[in-house]
Design a protein around this ligand. Structure first.
Ligand SMILES: Cc1cc2nc3c(=O)[nH]c(=O)nc-3n(C[C@H](O)[C@H](O)[C@H](O)COP(=O)(O)OP(=O)(O)OC[C@H]3O[C@@H](n4cnc5c(N)ncnc54)[C@H](O)[C@@H]3O)c2cc1C
Length: 443
């Protein structure tokens, strides 16, 4: 069944798609707007986000919080600063609170509050929200007859139940993370078929699996500060400090999640990547050695375990002693020099024996995607396909943990929604003729 033409069809009703639809409708209430989503229910990813609390944004958002072309990211973020995001959510009835880390959550501590508010606003604005409608293809339609504009008349969107004609399309299909929520990467294929490039996609904000021989299972549940350094082909490319969580499979926690995309990207490019941990953040190996020698001189019979307990959690100290082949109860003065050196190296430069990342089912975001330079940052309109707007995670831009990825979704959604609506001003339905289907459709 052929439907439409509608003024704007948003493909994907996740965070970016919902924002695009709402801002387009607010800009031009006369437009017919349809949001189509392949998932059975709308907004599954919003619901699971932030541990069910939805970390909506962060109180300080800068381009440095993202991987992506800095100057383009800066411009997009500037178009919708955090204060505006906070005000926008307040206007939807969602009050946000700031936590000590700078993360902003709804005061209810429930993602449901955020999702319900977005859906309710869509309804108020007369936007059609259609779940269980998986898009299978997007084609540009013929140019309007007699038009001199270099703008295609519109798009033919095929989905599992039929077809829709639309004057403008917002591609908001997300990445590949958590595919059970509906984001399975199909948007990349649509973009490719429309002429866009897609840079390699890898899981980001993802936990990492360690070799079975490592001691991580004995530390499962323990978290502490660590400084992580990633070396690619022997060169230091990333260094960050934060909380690491040991788990039954390996390592997780904010600092590991943030560092993971450097490792996954390097692996994808077949480059040798190594991850090192300094369990004494801010201290060098030499400083640790001086400390050890001074302590040993003062308390020669004090056990290694008690000594290390001053610096690192006891369970970690014990695991590192055993890993270095020494008895944790041994007096520090009795430890052979080679063992001591190994221990001190492991304390300040522990090489994590990484096997792989935990994969798309656990990754919070996708690194890679449609290059930012292929969209106009002032409008999010494709530079290759006039009338097509691209927003959210499907773009090659990913933020660190802390609400930055949602901020990217809201900001790109707003820029695109307003621009698409503005581009239709003065072109209400029918005035410039109907959208016509591609030739093979006209039988
Ligand atoms: C477990 C988890 C927790 C997270 N927590 C946070 C957090 O607290 N704060 C934060 O900032 N970020 C968080 N993120 C990241 C954040 O959720 C995403 O970056 C953000 O949702 C991306 O929004 P999006 O609209 O671009 O894509 P998505 O939210 O992935 O939405 C894309 C939508 O498109 C639909 N779709 C895809 N293909 C098709 C198709 N062919 N036809 C029709 N529909 C299609 C999908 O069903 C989906 O609904 C989290 C992610 C995960 C996985």
């Amino acid at each position: 069944m052929m439907q439409g033409p509608v003024d704007l069809c948003v493909i994907g009703a996740g965070a970016a798609g919902l924002a695009a639809g709402i801002f387009a409708a607010e800009q031009n209430p006369r437009l017919t707007i349809e949001l189509l989503d392949g998932a059975k229910t709308i907004g599954a990813k919003i619901l699971v986000s932030g541990g069910g609390r939805c970390n909506v944004t962060h109180d300080r958002v800068t381009p440095d919080d993202f991987f992506g072309m800095r100057h383009l990211v800066r411009n997009v973020l500037a178009a919708f600063p955090v204060e505006d995001t906070v005000r926008w959510f307040a206007s939807l009835g969602v009050e946000l609170k700031r936590e000590a880390t700078g993360k902003l959550f709804p005061v209810t501590d429930k993602s449901r509050t955020v999702l319900d508010a977005l859906i309710q606003r869509c309804r108020q604005l007369g936007i059609t929200l259609q779940a269980d409608t998986r898009i299978t293809a997007i084609d540009c339609c013929d140019r309007l007859q007699g038009s001199t504009e270099n703008v295609p008349a519109g798009f033919l969107i095929r989905h599992q139940h039929g077809k829709v004609l639309a004057r403008r399309v917002v591609l908001a299909t997300g990445g590949r993370s958590l595919p059970r929520t509906g984001s399975d990467g199909s948007g990349y294929e649509f973009a490719r078929r429309l002429g866009h490039r897609v840079t390699p996609t890898v899981p980001a904000l993802v936990a990492l699996i360690l070799e079975d021989t490592c001691f991580h299972t004995s530390l499962s549940g323990l978290s502490h500060e660590v400084e992580l350094q990633t070396l690619v082909q022997g060169r230091s490319v990333d260094r960050r400090t934060g909380s690491l969580l040991w788990t039954h499979f390996g390592i997780s926690g904010p600092v590991v999640m943030d560092a993971s995309r450097v490792w996954t990207h390097s692996r994808e490019r077949n480059e040798a990547a190594e991850l090192f941990g300094n369990f004494l953040p801010g201290r060098t190996a030499d400083q640790a050695r001086e400390w050890f020698l001074a302590q040993t001189a003062r308390h020669p019979r004090r056990s290694l375990l008690n000594m290390f307990a001053e610096l690192v959690p006891e369970r970690l100290g014990e695991a590192l002693c055993r890993q270095a082949g020494s008895d944790p109860q041994q007096g520090s003065a009795q430890v052979p020099r080679t063992t001591r050196d190994r221990l001190l190296t492991d304390l300040t430069r522990f090489r994590f024996p990484l096997v792989r990342d935990r994969g798309w089912n656990f990754a919070e975001v996708t690194a890679g995607g449609i290059p930012l330079e292929e969209v106009n940052f002032r409008t999010m309109e494709s530079k290759l396909v006039p009338g097509l707007y691209i927003v959210g995670e499907v773009l090659d831009c990913d933020g660190r943990i802390g609400g930055f990825n949602f901020q990217w979704a809201w900001a790109t959604g707003r820029v695109a929604g307003r621009a698409a609506a503005t581009s239709l001003v003065g072109k209400p339905r029918g005035e410039h003729g109907e959208v016509t289907a591609p030739r093979q459709e006209r039988t």
